[in-house]
Design a protein around this ligand. Structure first.
Ligand SMILES: *Cc1c(COP(=O)(O)O)cnc(C)c1O
Length: 455
C-alpha cells in the first residue's frame, strides 16, 4: 500500500450501489423511548401518523429490522446521480499543512444540490404507491423544497411548499428553482392555514420559522384527503434513507484501503450527519472500531450542546407526536442566521440518545467561523460549500489543525451536504464584513424551555 496514492475522487460502479438502507435501531444497546401521542401522552401507534404519512413510511419509522430493501424504482432513480464522490482533500490538507488525511463525501453533486434528494425520492415513491395525489411540505433554506419538487416531478405528483419567509426573501433564486420544477410555493407564515393566520394576527411581520412552516404543511395535509405531508429531516425514516451516504462511503473507503478515525457532519434535524455516521456507528456499537463522531451546530441554535433532553413537539402548532430529544422548546424562534437548514429547535430522537449516551460529541460554532472555514475550503478545493455544510468543514479543519500540533496522521471524514450556489447573499455579507455572530443567551434558553411539556 505504501506507494499507492489515493485518487482525488472515488466512485462506485452501478452494480456496487447499496441495495438496502441501514436501520441503527437494530444495533442500539438501549432502545430509544417511544414517541407519545401529543394529546393523550400515551405511546404513539401507527394510527397517530396515518393522517399525514403513508403506511410504508410509518412502518419504516417504527421498525427494528436491521436492513430495509430499497425498491427497484428508487434504485433506478438513485443511479441517475449516485454514487456521490468520496473526495480526498489534498489541496485543503496542503493549505493547512496538516499530516491528517481529510476526506469529504460530496452530496452537493446531486441534482438538487444537497443530500435531501436521497429521501425525497423514496418518500414520493411510497406516497404514490398508496394513491396520494399531492404532497405538502415546508422548506427553510430551500434545499428540501427543491428536492421534493424534483422528486414529485419524477413521479408525476403535485407538491405544495411552505417556505419560511425570511429564507424566501434571502434566497429568491431557491424559490424560483422550486417553482421551476413545478411546485406551488407559499411564503410562511401564510393566510392559507389556521396556524399561519394565528401567527400573523399577533405578528404581521413574522420572519417565520421551520416550526411554523411545519405546522402549516401538516395542517394542509391533515385537512385534505388526497394530500400527505413529507418531512425532509428529523424522523427515523428520513435518516434511514440517508444511510445510503454512509454505506457508499464505507465501500469507497474499502476500495482505497482506508477508514475514518473521525466522522463529522453538520446538524439541523440530524439527517446528513446520521446518514453518513450511522453505518460507521454500527461498527462502534458492535465493538469493532473506535471511531470518533462529531455533530456540529450553530451557536445561534445550540440544540445538542445547550438544549434540554425531554419529550417535546416537532412544531409550533403541536400537531406532531411528542419525541424524546434535545430541544430548545417547540416555540423557539431562531435568529436569522444564514445556515437556514440548521435553524430547527429539536433533533432526531436516536441521534439525541447517542449524544446523551456519549457516542457522539456535539459542538457549536459561530457563524463567522463557519464562513472563515468555507472560504478556506473554497479557495483550496474550488467547491463553494453551503453555509450549513461549512459547520462541518469548520470542525474538520479544527481536527486537522490539532493533528498539525500533535503530528497525528488521523483520517478525517466529513459530509459536504450541499453546495452554496444559492447562498451568495450570505457570502456577499461575509465579504463586506456585514456578517455578525448571534449568541443564544441563557435568558433565551430559559424562555424556550418554558413551553416544553411536563411528562
Ligand atoms: C437541510 C440541510 C442540512 C441540515 O439538515 P440535516 O437533516 O441535519 O442534514 C444541512 N446541509 C444542507 C446542505 C441541507 O440542505
Amino acid at each position: 500500500m505504501s506507494n499507492f496514492k489515493v485518487p482525488y475522487k472515488t466512485y462506485l460502479e452501478e452494480s456496487e450501489l447499496p441495495k438496502q438502507w441501514y436501520n441503527i435501531a437494530a444495533d442500539l444497546k438501549e432502545p430509544v423511548l417511544p414517541p407519545l401521542n401529543g394529546k393523550t401522552k400515551k405511546p404513539a401507534g401507527p394510527e397517530d401518523f396515518t393522517a399525514i404519512f403513508p403506511m410504508a413510511l410509518i412502518m419504516q419509522e417504527m421498525t427494528q429490522e436491521r436492513y430495509i430493501d430499497i425498491p427497484e424504482e428508487v434504485q433506478e432513480k438513485y443511479k441517475a446521480y449516485r454514487s456521490t464522490p468520496l473526495c480526498r482533500a489534498y489541496a485543503l490538507e496542503k493549505a493547512l499543512g496538516t499530516p491528517a488525511k481529510i476526506y469529504y463525501k460530496y452530496e452537493g453533486a446531486s441534482p438538487s444540490g444537497s443530500h435531501k434528494l436521497n429521501t425525497a425520492i423514496p418518500q414520493v415513491y411510497y406516497n404514490k404507491q398508496e394513491g396520494v395525489k399531492r404532497l405538502a411540505t415546508e422548506t427553510g433554506a430551500g434545499q428540501w423544497g427543491t428536492a421534493l419538487s424534483i422528486a414529485t416531478q419524477m413521479f408525476d405528483m403535485e407538491c405544495t411548499v411552505y417556505m419560511v419567509k425570511v429564507s424566501a426573501e434571502q434566497k429568491p433564486y431557491r424559490k424560483i428553482l422550486i417553482e421551476t420544477y413545478g411546485a406551488n410555493l407559499i411564503k410562511s407564515p401564510s393566510n392559507q392555514t389556521n396556524t399561519g393566520r394565528a401567527i400573523l394576527a399577533v405578528d404581521p411581520d413574522s420572519l417565520g420559522s421551520l416550526g411554523i412552516a411545519i405546522s402549516e404543511a401538516v395542517e394542509d395535509a391533515a385537512t385534505h384527503d388526497d394530500t400527505k405531508y413529507a418531512l425532509g429531516s428529523v424522523l427515523n425514516h428520513v435518516i434511514l434513507h440517508q444511510t445510503i451516504i454512509g454505506q457508499e462511503a464505507m465501500k469507497q473507503f474499502e476500495k482505497i484501503g482506508d477508514y475514518p478515525d473521525v466522522v463529522i457532519g453538520c446538524c439541523g434535524g440530524g439527517s446528513n450527519f446520521s446518514g453518513l455516521a450511522f453505518p460507521f456507528m454500527k461498527e462502534k456499537l458492535n465493538g469493532n472500531k473506535d471511531t470518533e463522531f462529531i455533530a456540529v451546530e450553530p451557536s445561534a441554535c445550540p440544540t445538542l450542546t445547550k438544549g434540554k433532553f425531554a419529550y417535546d413537539y416537532g412544531d409550533v402548532g403541536k400537531f406532531t407526536p411528542l419525541m424524546m430529544q434535545y430541544t430548545l422548546g417547540h416555540d423557539f424562534m431562531p435568529p436569522g442566521i444564514h445556515a437556514g437548514g440548521l435553524r430547527y429547535h429539536g433533533d432526531n430522537a436516536t441521534l439525541s440518545k447517542l449524544v446523551k449516551d456519549g457516542y457522539i460529541k456535539a459542538v457549536a460554532v459561530h457563524q463567522t467561523d463557519t464562513f472563515d472555514a468555507a472560504i478556506t475550503f473554497a479557495k483550496a478545493e474550488s467547491i463553494l460549500p453551503a453555509p450549513e455544510s461549512s459547520h462541518a468543514i469548520s470542525a474538520a479543519i479544527n481536527e486537522a489543525l490539532k493533528c498539525k500540533e500533535t503530528g497525528e496522521e488521523k483520517t478525517i471524514l466529513f459530509c459536504l451536504s450541499g453546495h452554496g450556489h444559492f447562498d451568495l447573499t450570505a457570502y456577499d455579507a461575509y465579504l463586506k464584513g456585514d456578517l455578525h455572530n448571534v449568541d443564544y443567551t441563557d435568558s433565551d434558553l430559559k424562555k424556550g424551555f418554558e413551553c416544553i411539556p411536563e411528562i
